[in-house]
Design a protein around this ligand. Structure first.
Ligand code: GTP
Length: 511
């Protein structure tokens, strides 16, 4: 069996591919001219092995028995995590060519003149050797953050993404000056929601696509094969003076084959990116609040856990800012209700607590008509503290909802006072930035070093008081303006803190 050859760059004579084994480094390198310049090639057994591996890994993926039904029923389990396999396109093939036969019409032109003209029409390298066409590069696979997507559910329906292969060199066996490279296949661009973290399956972090338009090449397309000139052995020596791309023996034919595209399994993890996170017990009115303030259309119903996956809505800028109106627009995330024990995974808890990670301002929504609103409020705060104490350092406001109901309206004043008093006055700049926050308190104690014991021991009363406590009925549109004023003031405070932190670290005022 002939052994394939593998391309390597001139500057780095070791092959670029990670699966290339050490044994092949001992193979004798060969230098060829390609349309991308001179390139080294090595003989290797690995291409055959790579192809076999990729087939085995594709067989391992277990198909979902009834994906659509399962996803609809248990969307909350799947919306923020997915494993996919991407395969870049193989390179197109080069061609084996022969030099054109030179029948000379001596009547009209001299033999040397015509030969010279034909030779000069070929593409040549700087050292005068012929450049032969190459197979097209296989398409890369690129993941990019798209604002239009909100969850990773689609990736459970389709788990495999393959880019196109590069085009072959279109040749009839004879070298002509008209020959072109095979076409390079376009990259396969796969949209993912903003906030998607891309990792190699059980491996290292590749990218955090946190802003719209962020992108990463996750699999590179294979390089196209080169073309070779074939000549009977007795004429080969003469031809080698003209070009390095001369086929020396049958084994060289593998160089003409395009290289396989990379195939990788990826883990996608979605972390919701929102300026404001709505938190509260189930049925407190979080989804109704989101629907009132934004154009979002979340499911609203009179039973707990109507919200299964976070809903996002866009809040318009502050009209008082005039021409700068849109500079203060923000994203709101309505998270599923938290219950006691959420930090341990009760209810839908733990999965969703992590989605607060990238929010700046928290809005606690409390059902003021409930039996004990202060206890409900404390339950939610305690769950946040147990999951990640840093969440309690963040600026927040409290909305006492459902004040259209008499039982809420009658005790509103005392509720506002009681809740305003929970916590300490001082605010710290510490950990305001969402990106600096760690996932949970265990991580926190490892990563933050000094002072973590102190944070762990703090009670909810030791964390800052709310920026504001407002009464509202989001259903009946009571107190909405006041609530909006407080949300915007809270957001401005977060942005100001961000700026001052930036100035402290860089020493420059941000533009
Ligand atoms: N009377 C009254 N009812 C309200 C108000 N806001 C919400 N509700 C009702 O409370 C119920 C729960 O509202 P949702 O917005 O679904 O509550 P949620 O906090 O998102 O609930 P989960 O999805 O379980 O987390 C619905 O029947 C709403 O109509 C309000 O201001 N007044």
């Amino acid at each position: 069996m002939s052994l394939p050859l593998y391309p390597a760059s001139l500057s780095n004579p070791l092959p670029l591919r990670q699966n290339f084994s050490a044994e092949s480094r001992h193979c004798k390198p060969l230098l060829f001219s390609t349309t991308r310049g001179k390139q080294w090639y090595y003989r290797s057994k690995n291409i055959t092995r790579l192809t076999v591996n990729s087939r085995i890994s594709s067989l391992k993926e277990p198909p979902l028995s009834n994906p659509a039904a399962l996803l609809a029923k248990e969307a909350h389990k799947y919306f923020d995590q997915a494993v996919i396999t991407v395969r870049a396109g193989d390179g197109g093939h080069g061609a084996i060519l022969s030099m054109p036969s030179q029948k000379i019409n001596t009547k009209s032109q001299g033999r040397h003149e015509k030969e010279k003209r034909m030779r000069s029409s070929y593409k040549r390298d700087s050292d005068g050797s012929l450049i032969l066409p190459m197979g097209g590069h296989g398409g890369d696979v690129v993941l990019y953050a798209d604002e239009g997507l909100e969850s990773l559910l689609e990736f459970h329906k389709k788990r495999r993404y393959s880019a196109k292969r590069g085009g072959n060199v279109d040749a009839m066996g004879t070298l002509t000056s008209q020959l072109h490279d095979g076409f390079a296949a376009p990259a396969l661009r796969v949209p993912v929601p903003v906030g998607t973290v891309v990792k190699r399956k059980k491996g290292k972090l590749l990218a955090d696509l946190a802003r719209p338009g962020d992108e990463i090449v996750v699999a590179r397309g294979g390089q196209g094969g080169i073309s070779l000139l074939e000549m009977p052995e007795h004429k080969r020596k003469k031809l080698m003076a003209l070009s390095t791309n001369v086929m020396r023996d049958e084994n060289d034919k593998v160089l003409v084959l395009g290289q396989p595209g990379e195939e990788v399994s990826l883990e996608l993890i979605l972390r919701v990116v929102a300026d404001v996170g709505l938190v509260g017990l189930p049925n407190a009115g979080k989804s109704t609040l989101l629907a009132t303030l934004t154009l979002a259309k979340p499911d609203i119903a009179d039973y707990p856990f109507t919200t299964l996956i976070p809903n996002l809505g866009r809040l318009d800028g502050d009209p008082n800012l005039g021409a700068l109106k849109y500079s203060s627009e923000a994203t709101l995330a309505d998270l599923p209700g938290l219950i006691e024990g959420a930090h341990l995974g009760k209810g839908l808890g733990r999965n969703f607590l992590r989605h607060l990670r990238r929010t700046r301002l928290l809005v606690h929504v409390v059902d003021a008509a409930a039996e004990n609103p202060v206890k409900d409020y404390k339950t939610v705060k305690e769950e946040l503290r147990m999951y990640n104490p840093n969440y309690l350092e963040r600026p927040y406001i409290v909305v006492l909802n459902k004040i259209d109901l008499p039982e809420a309206r009658d005790r509103l004043a005392s509720l506002i006072q009681d809740i305003s008093m929970i916590g300490c006055r001082e605010t710290t700049k510490l950990n305001i930035r969402p990106k600096m926050l760690t996932e949970n308190k265990n991580e926190h104690s490892v990563s933050s070093g000094t002072g973590c014991e102190e944070i762990k021991e703090k009670e909810i009363e030791d964390y800052p008081q709310p920026l504001a406590v407002v009464g509202a009925s989001v259903l009946k549109h009571i107190g909405i303006e006041e609530m909006l004023i407080e949300i915007r003031a809270g957001l401005r405070k977060c942005w100001d803190l961000d700026k001052s932190l930036e100035t402290e670290t860089t020493g420059f005022l941000p533009s």
